[in-house]
Write a new protein. Structure first.
Length: 173
């Protein structure tokens, strides 16, 4: 869907953390409607923890008409480049923000000479596995993945969530 407006994506800075936490919280509520209420029920990430998460990784903030609308965070995990989180404020959904953030992460990976990007996500949530598949990611069954990838995958399973509802994915440059 193409909705008129101005999308801008830039590197996130420490001052963006509060807006990113709000976006994350709003995006997490979408999981209730997709059979994963455990995500929305998790306690909010403490600000200091989230600030370290952003500072210790590559992070981008997307704004729609100068209003924070989404973010992406990627960095090293299991010896690979890993998309750790991408979130879009539901109030700004269906405008290409998530796809643009993902393109930014993949462009950065290519520019850094990385040949692969990994992530873990929900199998059956439409804005998870299907979203990434449409953008060139392929499913890797966690059971057949290298041990370090499987361990990272299991570390990312949210509390109270069945690991069988999740999948590991890879994008190859």
């Amino acid at each position: 869907m193409n909705i008129p407006g101005v999308l801008a994506i830039r590197r996130a800075v420490a001052g963006d953390v509060d807006a990113m936490l709000v976006i994350s919280s709003r995006a997490d509520r979408l999981f209730v409607d997709h059979g994963v209420p455990q995500i929305a029920a998790l306690p909010p990430t403490p600000r200091g923890d989230f600030q370290r998460f952003v500072a210790d990784n590559d992070a981008w903030l997307a704004s729609w008409d100068a209003i924070p609308a989404g973010f992406a965070v990627a960095g090293q995990a299991a010896g690979e480049y890993w998309l750790k989180e991408i979130a879009v404020d539901p109030a700004r959904a269906r405008r290409g923000i998530g796809g643009s953030l993902l393109s930014t992460v993949l462009d950065h990976a290519r520019a850094e000479g990385r040949s692969r990007v990994f992530l873990s996500t929900f199998r059956d949530v439409p804005f998870n596995r299907p979203f990434y598949e449409r953008r060139g990611f392929a499913v890797i069954e966690p059971e057949s993945a290298a041990p370090r990838l499987r361990e990272q995958f299991l570390r990312e399973v949210p509390p109270g969530v069945d690991p069988a509802t999740r999948t590991l994915m890879v994008w190859n440059a």
